[in-house]
Design a binder for this molecule. Structure first.
Ligand code: FAD
Length: 294
């Protein structure tokens, strides 16, 4: 099954993103809470791909676990980082053997200590090249990344959208965005892409801020703006972890409400493996999505 079938069949698709722990105990712990994730009825769960080492194998293992043991559709992320074209083919073959039929195709971030991506020898430079290769390899459903505030490395937002169109032309079925904290960025970006002819699902990525320090760090890395009101609220409760979490979750709830009212095709929840996030936002999200289309 390709995930695009879900986006075409349903008015709204709810997906969750998790990352693979590096250790065996970490994997066991995550697997033990995935049943609870499932109780929030996500339409699919995606698993990120690390920069190297065991976590890469764990992406495959977790995606297979989600598909076979949880009986929830799974999408494995895959990046160009440190891979030759042959290695990419081999990862795809393994995924296919495990009946994983959907891949989120990404370039990946520059390696730590460098500020620009270096194309691996015999590998790919841009996600659009990876998407072309996956399309040639076999019959995978393909997701691609989008950036409502523009990608950090590309100051020209029009040019960044042009490269997103290239990913769509290469065969991406749908686009999932990087998180954003102000819906205006997503809605303007979506309008522009639609005007420019993009007619595939544009799915909103939501990340509930945990506290001010964590938020400023990740927003800085991703080039995401932090609304002043949110910053002020979080700074008042900088030393109160529980209150900060609550402020972050309330902010996400309001964002989701606004996006549903604007007819968003899907919400992709960056759960960061936190059960609390999924249990809090998941059920309401499904329910309000249903009422918004009735
Ligand atoms: P690309 O689309 O290749 O774009 C990268 C940059 O190059 C952009 O600035 C773009 O404007 C520019 N560009 C693109 N094509 C061209 C061209 N032909 N000529 C000149 N410039 C060009 N990272 C991980 O490591 N693992 C993950 O699992 C992961 N999951 C993610 C999931 C989502 C939903 C998102 C939004 C991001 C994820 N990332 C992940 C992060 C992602 O790898 C980084 O944001 C990365 O820096 C860019 O990846 P991309 O696929 O968007 O790259």
């Amino acid at each position: 099954m390709h995930l695009i079938d879900l986006y075409q069949k349903q008015d709204f698709v709810f997906s969750i993103e998790i990352f693979p722990p590096k250790t065996d105990p970490g994997m066991l712990k995550l697997k033990s809470i995935l049943e609870a994730f499932k109780s929030c009825t996500p339409d699919y769960i995606s698993v990120t791909y690390g920069a190297g080492g065991t976590s890469r194998e764990n992406t495959h293992e977790l995606a297979a676990h989600i598909h076979h043991e949880l009986d929830v559709p799974a999408m494995a992320h895959l990046t160009c980082v440190a891979h030759t074209a042959e290695e990419i083919d081999s990862v795809l073959s393994k995924l296919k053997n495990s009946e994983i039929t959907n891949v989120m195709a990404l370039r990946g971030d520059p390696t730590v200590g460098t500020n620009h991506f270096i194309q691996p020898k015999g590998g790919y430079h841009f996600a659009s090249e990876l998407i072309t290769a996956i399309r040639e390899h076999s019959d995978f459903g393909i997701g691609a990344a989008g950036y409502p505030e523009g990608h950090l490395e590309n100051p020209d937002k029009d040019d960044d959208r042009k490269h997103l169109h290239e990913k769509i032309a290469a065969g991406a079925d749908f686009v999932v965005t990087q998180f954003f904290l102000d819906n205006t960025f997503f809605l303007r970006w979506r309008d522009k892409l639609r005007q420019e002819g993009a007619n595939i699902p544009l799915v909103a990525g939501i990340l509930p801020p945990a506290n001010l320090n964590a938020l400023e760090r990740i927003a800085g890395i991703c080039g995401v703006s932090v609304p002043e009101k949110l910053r002020e609220s979080l700074s008042k409760y900088q030393h109160d972890q529980e209150a900060s979490r609550e402020i972050g979750l309330l902010h996400s709830e309001r964002q989701i409400e606004g996006l549903l009212a604007e007819g968003v095709e899907g919400i992709h929840l960056y759960a960061l493996n936190r059960l609390e996030t999924v249990m809090r936002l998941g059920p309401g999200l499904k329910k309000s999505a249903l009422t918004s289309v009735v």
